[in-house]
Design a protein. Sequence first.
Length: 473
Amino acid sequence: MSKLPKVFGFFQRKFGQLIAVVAVVVLAQIAWTTYREAPVPDLTSATAASTAGHKVDPTDNRGKPLDGLSARQLQAFEEGKVLFKKKFTVKEGLGPLFNGESCFECHGQPSNAVGGEGRDNSSTSIVNFARRIPTSPKAKKPMAEVIETLGKRDVDFFLEKGGPSLQKRSITTENPDLLPFDVQVDADMIPPNADIISPRHSPPLFGDGLIDNIADADIIANSIKQNIEHPDLAGRPISAVDRYTESPRVGRFGWKNQNVNLFNFTTGAMNIELGLTTYLSATENSSKSFGIFPKEVYQILPPGPNDKGEILVKLNYFQALLAPPKRGEITEEVKRGEKHFQDLNCAVCHQPSMVTAPNGYVVDPDSPLPNLKYLRLDALSNQKIYPYSDFLVHQMGKELADGIPQEGARGGEWRTTPLWGLRFKKFLLHDGRTQVIHDAIMFHGGQAEKSKNDYARLPKQEQDELLAFLRSL
Ligand code: HEC
Ligand code: HEC
């Protein structure tokens, strides 16, 4: 009797020590794992809580190339990546006006994933500006009444004042000693009579090579299907001319589907954002009409076109081979959320999947202009992809309308934003106005008004399930 408590006490003491030791080991382990797993700080993680989790995600493949590439293909991808990150100089063709010194500057978050979105919502965005033509009947009405329907005929893009897109920087504002004081190069200014000003966020480019290879007919088919099954939600395909082949194609890039393929977008971005001219976009931007500069400016500029094509094809190749975002974890909650996504008709516009053309191609990175060659790539052909977009434009209501018509898209129309990779995105909607997915849904109007209202009426738990689904994309 008397021994038992003693023995017990002994064990109790030992047990206590054991617990203490175990606790220390466990705590140390937790501390170490947390330390090891702490995300590398980048600008995306700062506010990621609203759009994504904080843990390192094994499905995060941002900036990686497509699977199944050969050694030569990977090498060309890396060469293109170097050019995408490269800061160009005036001698190499930067400017006279520009918005960035590299593509990476605006498509660089997170910084270890080249091809990502803009790091902030001012310096890495662009601004389009215009005004209603004073003689247009739509100029006599309050803007809110006409903003959604403004078309190209109603709008003046200030081509004589540096429009349609603002270039915020110039070679002399950054290098004041480059030219004498009386021939400084003015950056664009938004004219005081501009009544349409549209900031645009820079989107991530992951998976764009696959989008490039969706057949035109399949995008048109999406519109026809919607017209039959959901006429109120039906979107429109946008037609634009391919600058290289000079033939019309179906638009799929840019916030308004204004651009038909990556090759054209890259040409445009080189010219408009960096000031690098190519055969396809050979005139320098100016704050007056295109190409209008004092002769002293031309004396210090390298001869045009700044790029004979070598840079363009390699940049294009790099972007075309960027892997699409991988799907995140699919839990039971996510599956329930997916059902709401269908029931609310989100999936009519944000169409879950498409298949790329049988002959997926990319421009040969060794075939400079004007003699482009195309390479067929298995990794781009017949691929079932999950972009969650129909690649059509929809009227999205007054709150989202910016009043800028682009190609066939009107002032209130926007391309259905692909939702793949949504969990990694920091800024949402065309102008990056919110970082909260719930708010992005609540800004939907126009053709998506009913869908939004139905979402708003869901019980909180079902809204959370829908959001969990969106955070798995
Ligand atoms: C100053 C910031 C800035 C720079 C520099 C820049 N971009 Fe962009 N990029 C944007 C913005 C903003 C958009 C959206 C434009 C729109 O649709 O109105 C965009 C859109 C794109 C798109 C279309 C993506 C899609 O899914 O629709 C591609 C492709 C692209 N950029 C490639 C490039 C390349 C290549 C370069 C370098 C030659 C470059 N960008 C330089 C800001 C920038
Ligand atoms: C009528 C077509 C349509 C319907 C229906 C629709 N959307 Fe959208 N969605 C769009 C368009 C177009 C945009 C781009 C709007 C913009 O940026 O101004 C968009 C943007 C978004 C975005 C922001 C994505 C980003 O990266 O910026 C999210 C999130 C989204 N939609 C989710 C939903 C959900 C959830 C539903 C259902 C409740 C829904 N959408 C219904 C067309 C639609």
